[in-house]
Design a protein around this ligand. Structure first.
Ligand code: NAD
Length: 293
């Protein structure tokens, strides 16, 4: 990773401010925007090798045991996501949108923190952990309501869960998951859809699943409003986010990047600024927005 220079001497900071200045900015956000809110990313320099791979869609649908394991862990992880607060990076993006610099955010995050910071135009490319959807009939239920049903069905487990969720040695995992002992999902019961008894799944795009067509169309509409693409906190390893880089290349849209560590678009970016989004975005907002009198 390149050394991070203080802002006044950092030519990349000034180059990025210059690139964005006077242009309509569309933001592509990733997990790195939320690490300063305590939600881990997958591929940051500080994220250690995880004990297991992220859940796969086919496996979730096929196996009842997998679903029990997933929901037992995610019931603990959800409490941490629900408690997380927007950090200065989310707040700076919301402020730049309110001031007309940012047109909107295409986010790969599923934590809802952009909206809680005040961003209005957000396309949640990979969905939202705040909802649970039936894969059979499409009915959706707020996650908080589903959490209550999980607890009601698993009373003994729920009492133990309160202990796990307070333990600092229970590691939060990306996507609102948590690392729990294998015993945590033994005899765990998962509620079915109340309308059709189908399988319920968090309303997020798992690995092995596609982004729904209408959501992708919405993302492309937002993308088309921009004169520059600003990537923040994404390694761009996942094609789902990287496709916007390809389109920017095809249509001559310049790309600016703020990230800790390398990304898959460093070689095609007009400007890459190395560092923490929670530090750099507020400074960028100061540089781009007119000062209040
Ligand atoms: P990623 O983990 O592949 O990349 C995150 C990048 O952000 C890394 O390069 C990392 O070094 C950088 N980073 C970490 N902290 C940073 C900070 N403070 N400032 C600037 N950069 C920072 O994440 P991705 O590219 O978004 O892809 C991960 C996939 O996993 C996505 O599909 C997403 O849906 C999912 N995910 C979501 C969340 C969330 O909702 N918060 C969290 C983890 C993973």
């Amino acid at each position: 990773m390149a050394a991070v220079l203080p802002i006044p001497e950092n030519p990349d900071f000034h180059a990025l401010a210059h690139l964005l200045s006077g242009r309509r900015v569309v933001v592509l956000a990733g997990a790195g925007v939320s690490t300063e809110s305590g939600i881990p990313d997958y591929r940051g320099p500080e994220s250690r090798q995880r004990l297991r791979a992220p859940i796969q869609y086919q496996e979730f649908v096929r196996s009842e045991a997998t679903r029990a394991r997933y929901w037992a862990r995610s019931a603990v992880g959800w409490l941490r996501v629900a408690d997380a607060q927007p950090n200065p990076a989310h707040l700076a993006l919301a402020r730049m949108e309110a001031e007309g610099v940012v047109q909107g955010v295409i986010t790969q995050n599923v934590d809802g923190l952009h909206q809680r910071a005040g961003s209005q135009h957000v396309v949640e490319l990979h969905g939202s952990l705040a909802w649970v959807r039936c894969i059979n009939c499409g009915a959706s239920v707020p996650r908080d309501e589903f959490q209550t049903r999980l607890r009601d069905l698993n009373e003994t487990w729920a009492a133990a869960m309160d202990g796990w969720s307070r333990k600092s040695d229970v590691e939060a995992a990306p996507d609102g998951d948590a690392e729990l002992p294998a015993s945590a999902s033994r005899n765990f019961r998962v509620p079915a859809c109340e309308r059709c008894a189908g399988v319920l799944k968090p309303d997020v795009v798992f690995f092995g699943e596609n982004v729904p067509r209408d959501r992708l169309d919405e993302a492309w509409r937002l993308f088309a409003e921009g004169e520059v693409l600003l990537v923040v906190g994404s390694s761009l390893t996942v094609y789902s986010g990287r496709r916007f880089i390809y389109r920017a290349g095809e249509t001559g849209i310049p790309i600016g990047i703020i990230n800790l560590g390398s990304t898959r678009a460093d070689d095609v970016a007009t400007t890459k600024l190395e560092g923490r989004a929670g530090v750099l975005l507020p400074r960028l907002a100061e540089a781009l927005l007119p000062r209040s009198p």
